[in-house]
Ligand binder design. Sequence first.
Ligand SMILES: Cc1cc2nc3c(=O)[nH]c(=O)nc-3n(C[C@H](O)[C@H](O)[C@H](O)COP(=O)(O)O)c2cc1C
Length: 269
Amino acid sequence: MNMMNFLKTRKSTREFKKKAITEADLTKVESLIGSINEELSGINMKVKLYEYGQHIYDSLKGLGGYAGVMIESPHYIAFDFSAKDEKTLLLSGYNMEKLVTGLNNMGLGTCWVSLNGVDKERKTVIFGDTSSDYEAILAFGYPKPKNPFIHEPFSERLGVEELVFKEKLGEPITMDELEMRGLGDLLFYIRFAPSRFNRQPWRFVVHDTQIDLFVVEEGGDNNLMDAGIVMYYCEELAKLQGIGTGWEINLDDVEIEVKKYRHIGSFKL
Ligand SMILES: Cc1cc2nc3c(=O)[nH]c(=O)nc-3n(C[C@H](O)[C@H](O)[C@H](O)COP(=O)(O)O)c2cc1C
């Protein structure tokens, strides 16, 4: 499936079959993780596979997930950070979503699970490592079959006009103009990226030579993982269309009419 269709139909799996994935699939997952870890050498983090998920689910029931609704799956994946700086958080969102794409291509379902409500000591006990102060983990496994007669609720997305601006934040840009610049599909489909609480904190400002990415900072939440996720999809969609050369990371604060934004970086066109 191409990336545009994948994004449009992308849906978290929240109900998994209880059975573990096959040995053959496990080998593929391990090799996927291995290649990401190779790319991450020299960076302060490492992908870690928790093959036996039951203990994790039992320990996080009532604590992990939105309002303690822990997602039960046979396996989980997390990122160990040796130093939890801002760039590392950004890269964890980026690389986790790269993993999600690989797992989905294998027919596996995935769901991000927030662990912000779980205290650090407990996480250390559960994951058995001092570097395991995870903000989120990824549940994965075979999805339970869905009843074709029950229509699943769609997670709404903000419109292009709410997320994309011209030259500066708040300055509107039309879809026609985005099309004329060859950015219509990119900025239409990117909205389907996942984000915590589906908040979609991203804002894009289009210039002639770059697209600036900002995230809204809310309630002390820096949304850096969400930013990393959208950076991954931006890069993949742009590659598909032969646009741009990649991201330059910035991480500056910007204040506009009491709302605080973070300038994450610029995608060079
Ligand atoms: C960092 C992060 C944490 C998330 N935590 C949870 C979670 O704890 N529980 C959950 O059901 N979904 C979680 N999600 C999934 C998002 O809610 C979901 O991707 C988004 O709302 C779109 O919904 P959909 O995937 O169902 O279409 C998380 C997503 C991200 C990026």
